[in-house]
Design a protein around this ligand. Structure first.
Ligand code: HMG
Ligand code: MG
Length: 298
């Protein structure tokens, strides 16, 4: 049942950097994205066209996209909250986007200032324009294993939001444990419930590592037949509207697990580890990847 090959979606330049307190220069963002793509990652989420009042760190995404040297065969999705964001993204040359909704009402209200129902209605215009322009759309569902405001989130709510996104036209739905509270059995149950409405090959998992459960949850997901995982170099990140939540699982740790299971990724772990070390030093941040630190020490 375990996949032979996994697609790793790098989200560090967006999910990672969105939470940095000091503004990261465009040149550094661009170098980070280019290094990650060069290391073999098939997808690098490179920025967000959200309100700069809400997430100042992503305010220069248009410039990042304009400066970036894209590699053939690599996708560079941008996170989009509304039609205005999509129009700005198109103007900057973006050709794949990621939209996001929450499985819980509380996080929806805090993160995008509207209810879940409103968020879906708002996305209709985004899909219309994206489809007209031939832009591929990936979808995120947040708070799949718990919400910082509402507590427990029923799997049926996750399945319902994921299904809405699929029907609207997402090619893949990434299920986000935004605050990193999920544990392995819970994640397996969740996947099997979501898989009753969505094919497993359309599901990706997006784990934050707040409670150190991310890699265990990847293994649980692999055993459920999931073959796409989001991760962040050096474990960068967190969400500004999920207090206390830490970064995503580190790309280095994910690769070490997958390669150990003889699952191919096409990604060079050493090159990612070097990039993780470089960006951590540059940001004056502790490198959160154990595998990354270990690879460089050997
Ligand atoms: P709002 O305040 O309700 O909407 O925000 P608004 O229309 O009143 O806009 C507020 C201001 O932003 C206005 O400016 C708009 O023009 C401007 P003003 O008139 O006051 O000068 N604005 C924009 N500017 C640039 N680009 C835009 C845009 N839209 C409006 N696209 C809104 C609603 C959705 C805009 C806001 O709540 C927002 O941007 N939220 C994004 C929050 C965010 O980025 N969170 C982190 C990403 S989600 C995440 O990390 C989870 C994920 O990783 C998965 C997981 O882990 O679960 C994906
Ligand atoms: Mg996230």
């Amino acid at each position: 049942r375990m996949p032979e090959r996994v697609r790793v979606v790098e989200v560090g330049p967006r999910d990672g950097l969105q939470n940095e307190s000091t503004q990261v220069p465009v040149a550094v963002k661009v170098e980070l994205i280019e290094r990650l793509a060069k290391a073999g990652l098939p997808a690098v989420e490179a920025g967000a066209f959200v309100s700069p009042k809400w997430v100042p760190q992503m305010a220069d995404s248009a410039e990042v996209f304009r400066t970036l040297q894209k590699r053939l065969g690599v996708t560079y999705p941008a996170l989009i909250p509304n039609l205005r964001g999509l129009e700005a993204a198109i103007a900057a040359g973006v050709n794949e986007i990621a939209v996001f909704v929450s499985a819980s009402e509380g996080f929806s209200l805090k993160n995008i200032a509207c209810s879940r129902a409103e968020s879906l209605a708002r996305l209709r215009d985004v899909f219309d324009l994206a489809i007209t322009r031939g832009i591929r759309v990936r979808g995120y569902v947040s708070c799949i294993a718990g919400c910082p405001y509402d507590g427990d989130v029923p799997p049926a709510e996750v399945a319902a939001m994921a299904h809405e996104l699929l029907v609207m036209g997402c090619y893949e739905i990434s299920l986000g444990d935004t605050i990193g509270v999920g544990t392995a059995r819970q994640i397996r149950n969740l996947i099997s419930q979501v898989a009753t409405t969505i094919p497993r090959e359309r599901i990706a998992m997006h784990f934050h590592d707040t409670y150190g459960q991310g890699i265990a949850n990847v293994l649980a997901s692999l055993e459920e037949g999931i073959a796409v995982f989001d991760s962040s170099v050096a474990g960068l990140g967190g969400c500004p509207y999920a207090p206390g939540a830490s970064g995503n699982i580190a790309t280095e740790d994910l690769l070490y697990l997958l390669h150990g299971l003889e699952i191919s990724t096409g990604v060079d772990l050493e090159a990612i580890a070097e990039t993780g070390d470089w960006i951590s030093r540059l940001l004056g941040r502790h490198n959160e990847s154990r595998a990354g630190r270990a690879v460089l020490a050997r």
